[in-house]
Design a protein around this ligand. Structure first.
Ligand SMILES: Nc1ncnc2c1ncn2[C@@H]1O[C@H](COP(=O)(O)OP(=O)(O)OP(=O)(O)O)[C@@H](O)[C@H]1O
Ligand SMILES: C[C@@](O)(CCO)CC(=O)[O-]
Ligand SMILES: [Mg+2]
Length: 389
């Protein structure tokens, strides 16, 4: 028997970084997914290893189960039903298990993903041999929530083949887990995100788990019923960066300038609250949609200015802002910044000719443009009964 899970990436419409410090943020899922498939070997396979195959990177990692038992003697079987953080000692052992896989230098960023996988696997499945295969449509480390969708899809696949979630094996196709199962997946994914990010707010794993458009503040989720199309151009500057380091940088700036940064965070809180109200308020005609879009554009520009105050913009992001402004379009970075992706609102009445022109100009700078489908479903699970199971 094999189970597959898929979890979406996300865009943050307002409030990244400030949300780590307790203010409100608004995010939407996007129609790009990470897929995780899990399979236990049959006795005839005679396999006694845990394998993780990262298909896009073209790398397969393998750990003998005995080695995992030695390194993490605390992981019991039957396993924990309550999500728990990885203690520092276990994290050291896990980091050593990841390091000995000799990850190529150019892909060393994967080490934290491997560590999150090992913690989730041993916590949820204990010491069973298995193979997990991962594929992702998301660019890694670009602000579209690749780490969260990785953790959510891995947690969902692992929980589906545990006692914790009862999977409807007879059903065909993708299924949305029920609310309690979503809560459990989300809590485990958050533990994985902590290993990758250091101090995540939880917004990325939450929007990846529940989908749609959400407002998130201090760990609490409010679902938003969007009453307007949000057509967002996503420009990937292709400048690599790492969310953990950027989040730590903002925290250090906050320690140096606590009063100023508190004012910045409060301003972001107001922006996110106003944005959530605009998105939810009914739009009766084109005129009122245009009015709402103009207010959203202004809020996006204000949020971008505050992200610059936090020190998370980048020369490539500024190039995108300048380019889109030439066409009177508003943009802001999305996710952790420092490179990665930038959002530009494409208003409903914008002509296709202008949209094509701005994309062509951005691509001539070496950036990659795409239009995101926003606010779709969250994590889904699909079971397949194979003949040899
Ligand atoms: N498909 C994947 N396979 C293995 N590891 C992954 C995968 N996707 C993400 N990761 C892990 O997450 C890291 C990237 O996470 P990071 O939080 O820095 O960026 P992001 O999640 O894409 O952006 P943001 O957090 O700003 O939305 C990778 O370096 C890797 O360790
Ligand atoms: C930068 C940040 O606010 C969003 C990353 O997508 C970090 C977090 O909230 O965990
Ligand atoms: Mg991330």
């Amino acid at each position: 028997m094999e189970v597959r899970a898929r979890a979406p990436g996300k865009i943050i419409l307002s409030g990244e970084h400030a949300v780590v410090h307790g203010t409100a943020a608004v995010a939407a899922s996007i129609d790009l997914y990470t897929y995780a498939s899990l399979r236990f070997p049959t006795i005839s396979d005679g396999d006694d290893a845990l394998k993780l195959h990262l298909k896009d990177a073209g790398i397969e990692f393998s750990w003998p189960i005995e080695k995992i038992k030695d390194a993490l003697p605390g992981s019991s079987s039957p396993v924990s039903s309550t999500p728990k953080p990885c203690p520092p000692d276990s994290l050291k052992s896990i980091a050593a298990l990841a390091e000995e896989q000799n990850i190529p230098e150019a892909k060393i960023g994967l080490a934290s993903g491997l560590a999150a996988f090992l913690w989730l696997y041993t916590s949820i499945q204990g010491y069973k041999p298995a193979t997990m295969v991962i594929t992702s449509e998301l660019p890694l480390g670009s602000g579209l929530g690749s780490s969260a969708s990785f953790c959510v899809s891995v947690a969902a696949a692992l929980l589906s083949l545990s006692e914790s979630i009862s999977l409807d094996i007879g059903r065909q196709g993708w299924m949305s887990p029920d609310e309690d199962d979503l809560d459990l997946i989300n809590q485990w994914a958050f533990q994985g995100e902590k290993i990758i990010h250091g101090k995540p707010s939880g917004i990325d794993n939450t929007v990846s788990t529940y989908g749609n458009v959400i407002k998130f503040k201090s760990g609490n989720l409010t679902r938003i019923q969007s009453q307007m199309p949000l057509k967002m151009l996503v420009t990937n500057t292709k400048v690599g960066r790492n969310t953990k380091a950027l989040v730590a940088g903002v925290s250090e700036r906050t320690l140096r300038h606590p009063d100023a940064m508190t004012s910045v965070f409060n301003a972001v809180d107001s922006i996110s609250n106003e944005l959530a109200i605009i998105i939810q308020s009914p739009a009766l005609d084109d005129l009122s949609i245009t009015g709402k879009e103009e207010r959203i554009e202004e809020l996006m520009e204000m949020n971008q200015g505050l992200l610059q105050c936090m020190g998370v913009s980048h020369a490539a992001i500024e190039t995108v802002l300048r380019t889109t402004l030439k066409y009177k379009l508003a943009s802001k970075l999305t996710g952790a910044g420092g490179g990665g992706c930038v959002l530009t609102l494409l208003p409903t009445l914008l002509s296709n000719t202008i949209a094509d022109k701005v994309m062509a100009e951005l691509e001539s700078c070496g950036f990659e443009c795409s239009i995101a489908g926003t606010g779709g479903k969250g994590v889904e699970i699909c079971s397949e009964v194979s003949l040899d199971s």
